[in-house]
Design a protein around this ligand. Structure first.
Ligand SMILES: Nc1nc2c(ncn2[C@@H]2O[C@H](COP(=O)(O)OP(=O)(O)OP(=O)(O)O)[C@@H](O)[C@H]2O)c(=O)[nH]1
Ligand SMILES: [Mg+2]
Length: 190
């Protein structure tokens, strides 16, 4: 399956160079790319970037697709699905667990639903760590045209397979960790 790393955010909470902030000698976004590349069921990884980020990201290696919408993650997923089915992750997730990605891709294939998304017991979803069918793109398009940019809303209205996080190995939860502000970096080195 195609792996997609979203790299089109504003990084308002962190500062605009969030995805290029170096951790262990590598830009933050490179960690996400490499973690996805390590998953057995990921064939190729591409970056879906805002027009602003495109030029800088091209130096990293993976193909860069431009997200012309820049309306938030929903636009990134919409752009990604023009390439086919995809596992989508955020570029600010440096601790993605490849084994967990493989698990979700396997469940996506087995269940045959248009989205396979992790869910916490309080109902909170992890849509930037999920597998999507290209068929989900029509849902997104309709919703975006209505001016509704909620990715969670689109998922909730579709025929989805939810993976209950609390039933999985506890060690997989760090996969969702994402860097939103400078203080989050402390959790990485600790
Ligand atoms: N392609 C694309 N990716 C996006 C867009 N908005 C957010 N992202 C990405 O989605 C992921 C999650 O973003 P967040 O951490 O919620 O937000 P952010 O915009 O990076 O940062 P804040 O401005 O602080 O909220 C990151 O990898 C972003 O680069 C968008 O409009 N297009
Ligand atoms: Mg984030």
């Amino acid at each position: 399956m195609l792996g997609v790393v979203l790299a089109g955010g504003k990084g308002k909470r962190f500062g605009d160079d969030k995805l290029f902030f170096r951790i262990d000698g590598k830009p933050l976004v490179q960690h996400a790319v490499e973690r996805l590349q390590s998953a057995s069921f990921i064939d190729e990884v591409v970056l879906v970037a805002s027009p602003d980020n495109t030029r800088k990201l091209r130096g990293l290696g993976p193909e860069v697709i431009v997200d012309e919408l820049t309306i938030g993650p929903i636009g990134g997923v919409y752009t990604a699905l023009s390439l086919g089915d995809a596992f989508v992750a955020a570029g600010d997730m440096p601790m993605i667990v490849p084994e967990f990605v493989d698990y979700l891709i396997r469940e996506f294939g087995r269940r045959g639903k248009i989205v396979c998304v992790p869910r916490w017991s309080n109902g909170y979803l992890e849509p930037l760590h999920a597998a999507y069918s290209e068929k989900f793109r029509d849902f997104l398009e309709k919703q975006i045209k209505r001016g509704d940019y909620s990715l969670n809303g689109a998922i909730s209205s579709a025929d989805v397979h939810y993976v209950d996080i609390e039933e999985l190995p506890e060690g997989w939860r760090e996969s969702f960790f994402n860097v939103n502000q400078k203080s989050d970096l402390r959790k990485l080195t600790g």
